[in-house]
Design a protein around this ligand. Sequence first.
Ligand code: NI
Length: 175
Amino acid sequence: MALREILHYPEPLLKQKSVTVTDFNDDLKQLAADMVETMYDAPGVGLAAPQVGVLQRLIILDCSSKDEPDDLLVAVNPEIIGGEGDSLEEEGCLSVPGYWANVKRRATATLRYQDTEGNFCEREAGGLLAIGMQHEIDHLEGILFVDRLSPLKRSIFRKKYMKMLQEKEAENGST
Ligand code: NI
């Protein structure tokens, strides 16, 4: 297993659509294992393949809290096939470090996906996991959570974030 580099906004690859996985081969299993290691190392609760530069429809999630056992979900070709209610919760993203914002989502979600062997599975969720499923599937469509903010909030985000990036570069330049 190996840690993979997580791409950060405004990396153009994060805006691209990922392709359906058709080969359930060793490369896919290796990618999934690397993503799991990378997510736990970050640490984060979810990661999508495009965030590590691979445009394939694969997401992973573990929204268990610290005092609960791990609840790892590895989902290939994931699709939301049901869900209801509304939620407005604060989200962040490993590809948008240092920024959090409230995003409107469905409160519950039913996920249909394949495991890394190609078997079809379903999982119903509420709470953080339901939100995570929607957030990670958005990545496969080239959509980041900041793209779901109102135009005003999005422009405030861009200014803040770009300023933060410039400050970081200036720091790195001086050391
Ligand atoms: Ni994300």
